[in-house]
Design a protein. Structure first.
Length: 181
């Protein structure tokens, strides 16, 4: 699927919730009851232990996102909801991938691709390598596709995590004028 098609079909929500038992279940159940397909789900505590951030990538091809955000806002433990547009956010994903790479010819090629993609080899066996790679969802997709011909043995992806891009306005410079002479 092309990145443009994925961008149109999926929306990323960043949901700040109270860090309490059962919150994730209530949020996921809400999506299931409304018939929304969760494409990716990642959750972890924030820097404030009272809160967790749930990053949800949801398939909204046939239903409006507004409906689900209104329902999420009604949940007691939901503090804040932000939709993160791809061009206004930083998205990353982690993949652990075991691939066939014998000590002969293919191992060197796989190692070279890992280096090009700025990944890391985290486990080595006689005929397989386990690789860790973090990057944009597209980078992870591209890497996984390049590994397929070598023979992917196992793959585990974390799902997307995302934050809004930082403001980039530079402070105004003062004009200093003076007479030279």
């Amino acid at each position: 699927m092309s990145p443009a098609a994925t961008a149109l079909k999926h929306h990323t929500l960043s949901v700040l919730v109270e860090n309490k038992a059962g919150v994730l279940t209530r949020v996921a159940s809400l999506f299931a009851r409304r018939g929304f397909n969760i494409y990716s789900l990642a959750v972890a505590p924030t820097d404030d232990e009272r809160f967790s951030r749930i990053t949800i990538v949801v398939d909204v091809e046939s239903k409006p996102l507004e409906q689900i955000t209104k329902q999420l806002n009604k949940l007691v433990n939901v503090v804040e909801i932000n939709e993160l547009a791809p061009d206004e956010s930083v998205e990353r994903e982690l993949v652990l991938l075991s691939v066939r790479a014998d000590a002969g010819g293919s191992r060197g090629q796989v190692i070279e691709l890992v280096q090009v993609f700025e990944g890391k080899i985290v486990d080595v066996g006689p005929e397989k390598l386990t690789i860790m790679l973090a990057g944009t969802p597209q980078k992870v997709d591209d890497f996984e596709e390049l590994m397929r011909p070598y023979g992917i043995v196992e793959v585990q992806r974390t799902g997307r995590v995302a934050l809004p891009k930082l403001e980039r306005q530079a402070p105004r410079l003062r004009s200093v004028s003076g007479k030279v002479g």
